[in-house]
Design a protein around this ligand. Sequence first.
Ligand SMILES: Cc1cc2nc3c(=O)[nH]c(=O)nc-3n(C[C@H](O)[C@H](O)[C@H](O)COP(=O)(O)OP(=O)(O)OC[C@H]3O[C@@H](n4cnc5c(N)ncnc54)[C@H](O)[C@@H]3O)c2cc1C
Length: 451
Amino acid sequence: MPVKVQPRGAEALFAEEVPPFSSEDEALFEAERCLLCGGKEAPAPCVAACPARVDVPLFIKQILERDHEASGRTIFAANVLGGTCARVCPVDELCEGACVLHEEGRRPVAIGRLQRFATDWVLERGLEYLERGRPNKRSVGVIGAGPAGLACAAELAKLGYRVTVYERDPDLGGLVTRAIAPYKQHIEPLPQEAERIARLGVEFRLGQAVGESPTFEELERRHQALFLGIGMGKDVEVRWEGDDLEGVYESLPFIEELKLGDPRRLRIGERVAVIGGGNTALDVAREAVRLGAKDVMILYRRTEEQMPAFKKEVKWARKEGVHFYWLVAPKRLRGTSRVEGIECLYMRLGAPDASGRPRPEPVPGTEFVLPVDTVVKAIGQQPRTEVLKLIPGLELDGGLVKVDPETLQTSNPRYFAGGDCINGGATVVQAVRDGKLAAAGIDHYLSSGRG
Ligand SMILES: Cc1cc2nc3c(=O)[nH]c(=O)nc-3n(C[C@H](O)[C@H](O)[C@H](O)COP(=O)(O)OP(=O)(O)OC[C@H]3O[C@@H](n4cnc5c(N)ncnc54)[C@H](O)[C@@H]3O)c2cc1C
């Protein structure tokens, strides 16, 4: 789908990578391709592959019946961020990857674009699709207004709970607002989806960093149960000599500036090196191409097969002109005031490390210098251990919150958790799934009189 990015600059940065259908007819034409498989006995493969369990054949059937409102309702009933997920989900890895049309050697149904069609239909017409349950007087505090927190809050309000969401930032959406590539989703439709959640009676308290003000003790006095949806923290700190030079960035502040601030302030140069092999590194590289860099390269210390990034992202980045250096690690950055070069070293794979993957080991004497004027470190995010350790009895595993896999209850029974703070960083739809599961876990815990 993506082609050589032309023109460059803000226009390219915000131009949608996967555009919506241009007409109702186009959507109907695509919907016709669906075999509407699955049934009561066994869900369709696309439904089984969706962490939020959206009933894909049903919503496509409703589009075919021209009942687009019902179609949108079907999606939002399973996923309160159905419009956002229609834009940002890695569909190749999930629903579309499981489409039975693959077996016939045909292109899968464009489920993401159809989901966008139906959800846009409902949102653009201002239709309501969420209903508050009969109030039950119990109160739950949700910490973090990212996808996990929003989904948990909505599901609890649907069950009649009084819900207050505490968010450290001045805006809602977590990484959807601050980090997801602007050519996938800039801001909309998340604010519209959050507005529906607020109309269920959910109270949002923005600019409140729980742990500092209010404290966890205060929240424990206010609420019978608490949900932790605080995501992950800053970029992992890896220091190299010279990384305080001008033109060297951490990935998250870099993306936030180009998405919510002023891309021109980044002063991106012509030759950009991105260090890392995950989806964030791929996003940064593709964003740098759109910002106008002439030569964008990704340096990864393992091989292509071991890259955690989604295959489709790698394919699209290549098509857009991004170069990949495999088995290469930085040693030091060179320059006087601004970075001018990156000294690298070749690696080879050794014995397996703690993750079970072969450990990359430096090959002595293989140093070489790549001339660059911008370097972005995209190595991953750190857990928010400093906040989590304030909660009494909360067990962590490598900084991630340990939970019961079915109820998402933590080792402190009043706390439940979901999203990136339990999985280390996954997808929006996975966070939505966790928010739903935890809401059911909280409901069970409080209904059984244990809260
Ligand atoms: C660069 C990048 C690109 C991505 N692209 C995609 C993509 O295209 N598709 C996709 O599906 N996923 C993508 N993801 C992953 C996705 O954004 C996350 O998996 C998802 O947002 C996790 O949701 P969450 O609610 O667990 O955490 P977050 O989205 O991180 O939200 C956590 C919220 O908690 C708040 N918070 C933290 N501490 C406190 C506190 N003490 N008190 C109050 N509030 C607090 C934070 O401010 C934040 O708003 C991307 C991630 C990154 C980094």
